[in-house]
Design a protein around this ligand. Structure first.
Ligand SMILES: [Zn+2]
Length: 310
């Protein structure tokens, strides 16, 4: 019975292409290319999930990419040299198609997570995704395609959901997602982020909170506790998309927030409980997070949900 309940509490989306594509070249200096594979492997090693329970992401089609992106931009992504320019990669060859393929599989994973969460009223973790900087016609910040926005539009197309709450607690603001939904009143964008790389686009149903460098647990969590529950109370989404970047973590090699490992878990539990107490399906996306310790943050959250989540 306990095993059954554990299996039902959440699902994990992953596939080997998530790892092999990013591992083929160290695309970002401080990004741990092993991060999501480590999480999957550790969950299996600790018997928290079984290999056969992992949902296998499917490759996203051009048709689904067109729900958000322009045709010219999608065609340009089929040229590895242009992809290399967008991502500032060295040593890209004209046959290095795996980089765009990586984004296709992970975006397909986000769509699968949303479908599964809505159809089964569950929490689903994608071991990656949350490419919130991608715009309809260009990529930014290691984000080629905006899987968050694609999943929203795909769920609407399939008539599985209409109203979405995007809770983006990555260190960076989800500027692409904000722009894409700036005129969409059925998408609420909630974000707490650093005061750099910020788009000040105004939107109905939006909360954007800038935080100072070296913000610590107490201030960070008290702001989240003060602001997020009332969004849930007032908006009533059909699906919550949680962009759970681990870059606010104090050991992150890129961000300059000072949130402890325990503070990061409390942050994640807070979001999870808001969705769960209202029985709203939730998907969680790995998003940003840099350096060798980053994987633990997302891992701790998944482990907590599997063992204790309520
Ligand atoms: Zn980030």
């Amino acid at each position: 019975m306990i095993r059954f309940l554990r299996r039902q509490r959440c699902k994990i989306v992953y596939r080997s292409e998530y790892f092999s594509a990013v591992h083929a070249r160290d695309a970002r200096q401080s990004f741990d290319v092993m991060k999501f594979k480590k999480i999957r492997d550790q969950l299996i090693r600790e018997h928290l999930i079984r290999r056969k329970d992992v949902l296998k992401a499917t490759r996203i089609s051009d048709e689904d990419l067109l729900l958000v992106h322009t045709r010219d931009y999608i065609e340009s992504l089929k040229n590895p040299l242009l992809v290399g320019e967008i991502l500032h990669l060295d040593y890209v060859n004209p046959w290095d198609e795996y980089i765009f393929e990586y984004f296709r599989y992970v975006a397909g994973g986000t769509v699968l997570a949303a479908e599964y969460a809505l159809e089964n009223k569950l929490t689903v973790f994608n071991l990656g995704g949350g490419f919130h900087h991608a715009h309809p016609d260009h990529g930014e910040g290691f984000c080629l395609v905006n899987d968050v926005a694609i999943a929203v539009r795909k769920m609407r197309q399939r008539q599985l959901a209409q109203k979405f709450l995007i809770v983006d607690l990555d260190y960076h603001q989800g500027n692409g997602t904000l722009l894409i939904f700036r005129e969409d009143e059925d998408v609420f964008t909630f974000s707490m982020h650093a005061n750099n790389w910020v788009d000040c686009t105004k939107k109905k149903h939006n909360v954007d909170i800038e935080l100072p460098s070296h913000v610590k647990d107490e201030q960070y969590l008290s702001i989240l506790q003060a602001e997020l529950p009332r969004v849930f109370q007032d908006f009533h989404p059909d699906l919550v998309v949680y962009v759970a970047g681990s870059d606010p973590y104090i050991l992150d090699s890129l961000g300059d927030f000072d949130i402890s490992e325990q503070g990061m878990l409390e942050r994640d539990i807070l979001v999870y409980r808001e969705a769960r107490r209202r029985e709203i399906p939730l998907i969680v996306l790995g998003a940003g997070g840099y350096g060798p310790d980053s994987w633990k943050v997302y891992y701790n959250f998944i482990k907590w949900v599997i063992k204790k989540g309520k």
